[in-house]
Design a binder for this molecule. Structure first.
Ligand code: MN
Length: 286
């Protein structure tokens, strides 16, 4: 099932080139009362919501996908987790290109562990990326398979890690290059793009073997497969869960392969992950 959030926070079921309005399914969510539980309410209740979506789908109003404004399919993640230098070819390009590494020694994920991106920076494909510090500083795209956690995960063994996944999406870990901490440079408003929708985990047979690519204005930039990950999806989930509880709606951006490069206002990023989705993301000046 492919579920999207669009326009004024409507819930959509994506089928082919259409969105079915299944917003009414949100009635199964518990009434919000302060303090709100940490994590995303919809993802925490995804099974109930999906059951309701199935009932509503046959009679739901349809709209062409191209006519809706897609927001992040996860509204309220407690955290967005990043995986630094998790593809060897990206490590090699970072060593060669001082515009990426900024004079720091580049190591692999085993050395760094993980980092966090502020959840306030999360947007959907239809909202686009608003560049800051352009043209003074380089702003790069990083396409990554994004994993969306479905239930609380603590100290999860590698072999059970995928049991905690609600679904997948395309993640764009937008980055301003420089010497500051990753957590700052990758947390700018609109620098975490998730979309185009959430594809439920049952539709992705092996998340450690999916093709993905990104072009900018039609020019090929990044193209790889998650079988090139240094730490695969299962290991990332397991490792993260030994440091902190993963909560429903938490997002893991699994790392980016070679081919990162700058974008400028007016560009359109076209990103695709096989079996997950395709999205166009416009770039503008903040
Ligand atoms: Mn990244």
């Amino acid at each position: 099932m492919r579920l999207c959030r669009y326009d004024d926070n409507r819930l959509g079921l994506v089928e082919g080139n259409e969105v079915k309005d299944v917003t009414e399914a949100l009635k199964v969510l518990p009434a919000a009362r302060w303090p709100l539980p940490q994590g995303d309410l919809l993802i925490a209740n995804l099974d109930k919501v999906m059951a309701e979506v199935k009932k509503l789908a046959p009679n739901a109003k349809r709209t062409p996908l191209k006519n809706v404004k897609l927001k992040s399919p996860v509204a309220n993640p407690s955290k967005i987790i990043g995986a630094p230098v998790n593809y060897r070819a990206h490590k090699e390009e970072s060593i060669k290109d001082k515009g990426i590494s900024f004079g720091t020694e580049v190591k692999e994920i085993d050395y760094y562990g993980l980092f966090l991106k502020a959840s306030s920076g999360l947007v959907g494909a239809g909202e686009g990326c608003a560049l800051r510090f352009h043209p003074d500083r380089r702003n790069d795209h990083e396409i990554e398979l994004a994993v969306i956690i479905g239930k609380k995960a603590e100290n999860v063994p590698v072999e059970r890690a995928l049991d905690y996944v609600a679904g997948y999406a395309i993640g764009l870990d937008m980055t301003v290059r420089g010497q500051e901490e990753r957590s700052l440079r990758k947390s700018i408003d609109s620098y975490s793009i998730l979309g185009p929708w959430l594809t439920t985990a049952d539709e992705v047979k092996d998340p450690e073997n999916v093709d993905f690519s990104i072009t900018v204005n039609g020019e090929p930039r990044q193209k790889s497969n998650t079988n090139n990950l240094i730490w695969g999806v299962k290991r990332l989930i397991s490792y993260a869960s030994t440091f902190y509880a993963l909560l429903p709606g938490d997002i893991i951006m699994t790392g980016t392969p070679e081919g990162v490069g700058p974008v400028k206002p007016g560009d359109v990023m076209h990103a695709e992950i096989a079996g997950v989705g395709v999205m166009d993301v416009p770039v503008r000046a903040a």
